[in-house]
Design a protein around this ligand. Sequence first.
Ligand code: GDP
Length: 304
Amino acid sequence: LQKLRQGLDKTRRSLINQLRAIVGQGPLNRDAVMEIEAALLQADVGIAATDYIIEALQEKMREEALPPDLAIAYLKRIIGDLLDRPTQELEKPFLVPEKDRLNIWLVTGVNGAGKTTTIGKIAHLAKKSDYKCLIAAADTFRAAAVEQMKVWGQRSGVEVIANPGKNTDPAAVVFDAIAAAQSRGTELLIVDTAGRLQNKKNLMDELSKIRRIINKKAPDAIVESLLVLDATLGQNGLNQAQVFSEAVNLSGAILTKLDGTAKGGIALAVVQQMNLPIRFIGAGEGIEDLRPFSSYEFVEALIS
Ligand code: GDP
């Protein structure tokens, strides 16, 4: 928690200091609520999630007076509930690969968002938890991407399946990787994909082709489509998220670079606007700097 708190330091300092100053003046009143609204928007919580939080707060205020501590506690609860909404129905709130089965995690996101790094970190985490893990380097468009993935594979001790040569079809890499995974009893296959937003049609074609290969070759696999989002982009990242959600049926988001931004509120916007659960958060460039997302931890790190 301490590390996460450090990671979220910029967002926390800007948000909590403002909130404390606002609510510190006695029971919440209308002016204070407007200031809270401004503070949330400034942390890139986004209009929709801010509206939701403010309405819930106002509803509570109609029921009872909210002195400072209660106001903060209530805000935490509203935010925690919002973050939990997409996983509320699920038995397991955390994303964990099922043992003794093939789980395929398709990782998407625009170049530079932190896909390769995040895949390396997930592989490391999975390896540490004794999963049989494999990586498919299906971002074949950039030669450097495959090399970089191999470096992360070495760091985490996980083999990377890649096709040599130029202009390799990403779907062919995925096909080979699934074959390897099936013959070795791999439990988690992580697939890196290309992230060229400039050519939306290519991106969509490529991702849907990969999905088709997965459905055909591994119909029994548990598939997750995870979108890696750079938190430093704040609200702008949501436009990218929209494009990816049109290209592939997303099941979760991973927020990276939370350590470098005061825009950590974007987590709330992703949940509210896209109804996507946040699955992991990255707060640093090192192999250990990835955590499964916990709404409780996140809220505690953000507002305390
Ligand atoms: P890709 O193009 O999406 O595969 O992105 P990369 O994995 O190559 O990451 C792009 C840059 O972001 C690299 O310099 C990474 O070290 C950096 N990066 C990735 N995740 C994080 C993070 O959580 N925190 C910070 N500070 N940097 C990160």
